[in-house]
Design a protein around this ligand. Structure first.
Ligand code: FAD
Length: 300
């Protein structure tokens, strides 16, 4: 029996409540709506199931890929021979005083609203980022002068052997954290917020949402900003300067509204996106001398 089937059978035996999907099309799990099947996907709804999935995979020498909302992911068209653990079912959140502790799969939108409803401020910046808490901590997601580094004070994770670890040093940098190497699964994070007026928090969220709607091509599937911000520049401004807005390969297009976004105009493949990205990188390098680096993660 090949090892993914062996893993599936073992998980079915030792963790009967864990939802498993074989050959699961990833286009249904990514905000780009792109991607072929993952060989095996597990969808844990609590910590015990996550521990079982990671430990059993480790016993069989399978390295899992952890995903949240798939809003920063690009998956090859042919699919991936991977064991994907999707965390969106793990979403409990408790609030004590100004401390918020939540499981990895909760969406940032939900988290920000729950914090607001408890009279707390500090997560307004995250409300419009379409990711999960685990993805946001991994990426040190940020917007409008806020980033996860400002609020996260503790993370509970699983190491590669499936043992629980408490982490207090995060090595946060621009779109980077100690979790960026993908070896550990974030189970939950603790955040320290401040007392705030819910009406003022709502007003700030509404203002930021309006700015997003105004500037970003939210009407098309995408994975947000395609490129990291190069030191001293803005990727979108460089791409725009090279006249690349609207450049299209197959169904993938440099957004006409925001040059930093690559959007799926319909039927885009991963190959379309990667070809377009290469064309953009080459033209920007030739014209401006600046090398663009992809922010979106390519699952391989
Ligand atoms: C329209 C749009 C707007 C966006 N705007 C912003 C923005 O303003 N600012 C910003 O920073 N980003 C933005 N993004 C990108 C994206 O939403 C963020 O990077 C987000 O943090 C990704 O979270 P996710 O749950 O979707 O992660 P995924 O895409 O599922 O995964 C991203 C990375 O996190 C890892 N990961 C996810 N969950 C876990 C876990 N539990 N344990 C360990 N590793 C994990 C994955 O392995 C992967 O490396 C935008 C995306 C879109 C589509």
């Amino acid at each position: 029996m090949e090892r993914f089937e062996q893993l599936a059978k073992r998980l079915e035996a030792c963790c009967p409540g864990l939802e498993l999907r074989r050959q699961e099309p990833m286009c249904g799990h990514t905000s780009f709506h792109i991607g072929g099947p993952a060989r095996l996907m597990a969808l844990p709804t609590d910590r015990e199931q996550a521990v079982c999935a990671v430990r059993t995979a480790a016993e069989l020498g399978v390295t899992p890929f952890f995903m949240g909302n798939g809003s920063n992911l690009l998956v090859p068209d042919a699919g991936v021979e991977r064991f994907v653990i999707k965390t969106s079912g793990m979403k409990t959140c408790t609030i004590e005083g100004s401390t918020v502790t939540a499981e990895c799969g909760i969406t940032l939108a939900r988290l920000a609203v729950q914090a607001r409803d408890a009279g707390l401020t500090g997560l307004e910046f995250a409300h419009g980022i379409p990711g999960s808490l685990g993805g946001a901590v991994t990426m040190n997601a940020g917007a409008y002068d806020g980033e996860m580094a400002q609020v996260v004070t503790g993370v509970t994770c699983l190491n590669a052997d499936g043992c629980v670890e408490e982490v207090a040093e995060f090595d946060f940098a621009y779109r980077h954290s100690v979790f960026s190497d993908g070896s550990r699964m974030i189970l939950a994070a603790r955040m320290e917020l401040a007392p705030g007026d819910p009406a003022a928090v709502t007003a700030r969220m509404d203002e930021l949402a309006a700015r997003r709607r105004d500037k970003q091509p939210l009407e098309y599937p995408s994975a947000g900003s395609m490129f990291k911000r190069p030191v001293g520049h803005f990727a979108a401004a460089l791409i725009d300067r090279c006249g690349l807005k609207g450049l299209q390969v197959g169904g993938a297009q440099v957004s006409e509204k925001h040059a930093g976004f690559v959007v799926n105009r319909g039927g885009a493949t991963c190959a379309d996106v990667l070809t377009l990205v290469e064309q953009v990188r080459r033209r920007v390098l030739e014209t401006t001398g600046v090398e663009l680096e992809m922010e979106v993660k390519l699952l391989d």
